[in-house]
Design a protein around this ligand. Structure first.
Ligand code: BLG
Length: 445
């Protein structure tokens, strides 16, 4: 058995509707699987407890918690090869004056995690600027620090860039003031000692995960939304999540329940289509929160496309129609991505793209293959050979990619939902804080 100690937070380890998850958790789970041993996860309340567990008889074998291999920690643990590079960042609240250099931290209310490298950094800075004051707390997590900045309870905090990337979507008011110091490396930790067998295995695993690309894929999955949204997009999304989504959440849930679709998938579609704006209109005259064409709206019984309730219900009905038209050979989760593509480009064009995919020797039932071919629908040499002709084939590729990201974010920030159960309104939460047991797994559509 591999006993692992970690922290309960969005970037490390938390429960979602499918059970245990989180970047650090998934990485260490693969390590345990490779070793062929059972994984036992324990979560510590604070950083000091992590290191004392490693050093205790019958404590954890390994710690993974976004830990920086800092010199001050070398007596308490041995560190693996690094698996991620991060930058320490001073975080402030938008609307306040932006600090730009270390001197600007003087006479601000600053809080960091007790026992963190950030506390070490501030202690060093205090040698240079004795007037600098800061608090260290072992009662909070990084998400609490960000919330306190977001709500104005403290002025500043110091956290790692990956933590901000993961949490920006929950806290619309927090911004990076400046990077404090050089990039740092995150690593796994194990107890000090002579025996290097576990450490050797850890290092070999990390080397393999780097070489075979699996580490990068995991990073993309957890941090990739930042690439799609960008930082501006991430905090805009956070603002819209607080200001716009609550107005329509009820309709998404109702339509989801009526048509048997995860409401967060509908909400993700609505965000991609209109940024949750019921009066949105595209250049092509497609309108409303779910961007229905006139023809589709009529077919779905929508009389007023600008009415958000009707639009959402029409969109839900339509995605179900196009999903049901797909051949049985397309299985989940690809079935969901194909249904989204059909929603955007139409079933006929999607079928054309699948035929071109097959002709290319690729698999017409796999989204990964079909998305490569879809852009050809806008090139004459290809579309002239198809039944339905020209289409903006690149659009559904972005469409699906973005919706998948929005859906991921929405599943993090909403309560686990049991299919068909009533969920209270305004249920946005931060994973890792809500400790309710996860719901049973449902497919998104
Ligand atoms: C979709 C329709 C499909 C239709 C395709 O266009 O609209 N979907 C909906 O109305 C929900 O029914 O398929 S067809 O009926 O089989 O032809 C193809 O015409 C909408 C798309 C079009 C797109 N947004 C939903 O995703 C859009 O507005 N594109 C224009 C973007 S821009 O403003 O010009 O940049």
């Amino acid at each position: 058995m591999l006993r692992v100690i970690t922290r309960n937070s969005p970037s490390t380890y938390f429960q979602d509707r499918n059970g245990e998850t989180g970047f650090e958790y998934e990485l260490v789970k693969r390590f345990a699987d490779d070793l062929g041993v059972e994984l036992k996860i324990e979560s510590a309340d604070n950083l000091d407890d992590i290191f004392s567990s490693l050093n205790r008889e019958k404590g954890a074998d390994l710690a993974t918690a976004g830990l920086v291999a800092s010199p001050a920690r070398l007596g308490k643990a041995r560190f693996s090869l690094p698996y991620m590079e991060v930058t320490p960042q001073i975080i402030y609240r938008q609307g306040q004056r932006r600090p730009t250099r270390p001197e600007d931290l003087i006479s601000k209310r600053i809080m960091v995690l007790k026992g963190s490298v950030h506390a070490e950094q501030l202690a060093n800075l205090k040698l240079q600027f004795p007037e600098l004051n800061y608090e260290e707390s072992s009662a909070v997590e990084v998400v609490d620090l960000l919330r306190m900045v977001d709500e104005g309870q403290i002025d500043l905090t110091l956290i790692n860039s990956n933590e901000l990337a993961m949490n920006q979507v929950y806290f619309p008011n927090v911004r990076v003031a400046f990077d404090l110091g050089d990039a740092l490396n995150l690593a796994w930790a194990t107890a000090p000692g002579e025996d290097t067998s576990l450490l050797d295995e850890m290092n070999a695993f990390i080397e393999r995960a780097i070489a075979n690309g699996s580490l990068q894929r995991l990073k993309d999955r957890y941090y990739g939304h930042v690439d799609v949204l960008g930082y501006v997009g991430a905090y805009t999304f956070a603002q819209h999540l607080q200001q716009r989504l609550p107005r329509y959440e009820k309709y998404f849930k109702e339509a989801g329940a009526t048509h048997g679709i995860d409401w967060r998938m509908l909400a993700a579609m609505g965000y991609q289509e209109s940024l949750w704006e019921p009066t949105a209109t595209s250049k092509t005259g497609v309108r409303g929160l779910m961007m229905l064409t006139l023809r589709t709206a009529q077919a779905m019984g929508v009389s007023n496309r600008l009415d958000p309730k009707q639009s959402i219900n029409g969109g839900a009905k339509y995605i179900k129609v196009v999903r049901d038209q797909l051949p049985e050979s397309i299985q989940e989760p690809d079935r969901t991505w194909f249904a989204l593509a059909a929603y955007n480009i139409g079933s006929g064009h999607l079928d054309d793209a699948r035929k071109l995919t097959k002709a290319e020797g690729l698999d017409p039932d796999k989204w990964l293959d079909v998305q490569k071919i879809l852009p050809r629908l806008s090139q004459k040499q290809w579309y002239s050979k198809t039944r339905y002709g020209y289409a903006r084939g690149g659009e559904p590729v972005h469409f699906v990619r973005n919706i998948r990201r929005y859906y991921d974010i929405l599943t993090w920030v909403t309560q686990p939902q049991l299919e068909g159960s009533q969920v209270a309104e305004g249920t946005l939460h931060v994973p890792g804080i809500d400790k309710r047991p996860p719901a049973t797994q449902t497919t998104p559509l």
